[in-house]
Design a protein around this ligand. Structure first.
Ligand SMILES: Cc1cc2nc3c(=O)[nH]c(=O)nc-3n(C[C@H](O)[C@H](O)[C@H](O)COP(=O)(O)OP(=O)(O)OC[C@H]3O[C@@H](n4cnc5c(N)ncnc54)[C@H](O)[C@@H]3O)c2cc1C
Length: 390
């Protein structure tokens, strides 16, 4: 590590960080990405589901990082009623270990440098503005100056806090997740399975996402409140014993998903937050890969522009740009999530029975929400905004 200075330092080489680096570097500015782990893309803490469009905004689809292609959802209610819903937009289960690595390569092609095993443990300041990082690398601490720092350090983010940004979220909004990748799971390889109800995942959902060759990611997320009473792992163990006693477990992971609206403040002098660090996850689905990449793209672009324009204040326009593209939509998703959290098992069963009457070719996620929320007019307007009126 040299005494070199950079225009932009990105902390974290997840999808949000590498996309921020790439779009910033495309402006011809110098960009350094610092990643604490040994490998980009590993360890994986993710169900790996994403829409095809979510991938293709950033990188052409490629079988080397696609484990399975998804064309329908199966929604299973507490009494076992199964609703199959064809998807208007197809999706993938990724091999994130390879996907994240491929994303990182695009950032390097754009001109960014990446260093792994580099642990950022503090920020540098110039007056009140962030002006670089302190990083531990090969047993030594280095100070590296930069005009802008992009915090892409994931759900456990600390960088934003060091800059004085309020990053705390309510315990209840931090979904507590656990997941295994298991073999000997004979499910349809083109279907995502979701289970609802108090025995599977109260205030959340349980998933089976196929990964090809009879393997699948199987897991659940429950609200922090529920997790205090019964752990996510207990729900998972019960499910596996009851449904797949002959499965072999290949990996097990646990982690948090910030299922809420974006932080109030995601930009300050010399710093912006992107991805999970900014709480840019879709609060309804818990998906943060695509939205994190979008946050990274917007943030990286504005950071690059800000350097080129020699206008540090331009960085602050990132907040408005994010809210225009996705932040406002996430506020609606969050309201829908809050509505669904309140459903009991009877309500889930009722919805499933009512929706079964909808002919297969007329089924869609938007219509399912319409059925679920038909007696909640205020939420129905929100459904219309996001699913029905495009
Ligand atoms: C169990 C589970 C299942 C999920 N399933 C899905 C799913 O199916 N689909 C979906 O879209 N999303 C899913 N998510 C969410 C998704 O994984 C995240 O939203 C996404 O990875 C966020 O990307 P990111 O780049 O913001 O953060 P991350 O991918 O977490 O990357 C942050 C990076 O920063 C590095 N870092 C942290 N601190 C430092 C430091 N001090 N110095 C240097 N480097 C640092 C980390 O090592 C890491 O590599 C799931 C999450 C969990 C926990």
């Amino acid at each position: 590590m040299t005494n070199k200075e950079y225009d932009i330092i990105v902390v974290g080489a997840g999808p949000a960080g590498t996309m921020a680096a790439r779009f910033a570097a495309e402006h011809g500015v110098s960009v350094l990405v610092l990643e604490k782990d040994r490998d980009v893309g590993y360890p994986v803490r993710c169900g790996e589901a994403i829409s095809k469009a979510g991938v293709e905004e950033f990188i052409p689809s490629n079988d080397k990082f696609i484990a399975s292609k998804i064309d329908k959802f199966s929604m299973i209610s507490p009494d076992g009623t199964e609703l199959i819903i064809p998807l208007e937009e197809s999706g993938y289960i990724l091999e994130r270990r390879i996907f994240d690595y491929e994303l990182a390569k695009t950032a390097v092609s754009a001109g960014a440098e990446i260093i792994t095993r580099a642990y950022v443990n503090g920020l540098l300041f110039d007056n009140d503005a962030v002006a670089g990082v302190e990083v531990e690398y090969r047993g030594e601490t280095h100070k590296i100056k930069s005009k802008i720092v992009i915090a892409a350090d994931g759900v456990e983010s600390r960088v934003g806090r060091w800059a004085g940004i309020k990053t705390h979220i309510d315990f209840r909004d931090m979904e507590s997740c656990v997941q295994i990748t298991a073999a000997n799971i004979p499910v349809d390889q083109n279907t995502l399975y979701f289970y609802f109800g108090k025995d599977y995942a109260p205030e959340g959902y349980f998933w089976i996402f196929p990964k090809g060759g009879n393997t699948a990611n199987i897991g659940l997320g429950i609200s922090g409140n529920i997790g205090k009473k019964k752990s996510a792992l207990s729900f998972l163990n019960e499910f596996m014993t009851n449904n797949y006693p002959n499965a072999s477990i290949l990996t097990q992971i646990a982690g948090g998903v910030p299922s809420t609206i974006t932080l109030e403040k995601i930009a300050a002098p010399g710093i912006i937050l992107v991805g999970d660090a900014a709480r840019q996850v879709n609060p309804l689905s818990g998906g943060g890969i695509a939205s994190g990449m979008i946050g990274g793209k917007i943030g990286g672009t504005i950071a690059g522009e800000s350097i080129k324009m020699k206008n540090p204040n331009h960085l602050l326009s990132y907040e408005t740009a994010w809210h225009k593209r996705l932040g406002k939509r996430h506020e609606i998703f969050n309201k829908l999530k809050e509505g669904i959290y309140k459903f009991d098992d009877n309500k889930f069963n009722e919805i499933a029975h009512a929706f079964l009457k909808v002919p297969y070719e007329k089924r869609s996620i938007g219509n399912l929400f319409k059925t679920a929320l038909f007696n909640k007019p205020s939420l129905l307007i929100d459904v219309a905004k996001v699913f029905l009126i495009k």
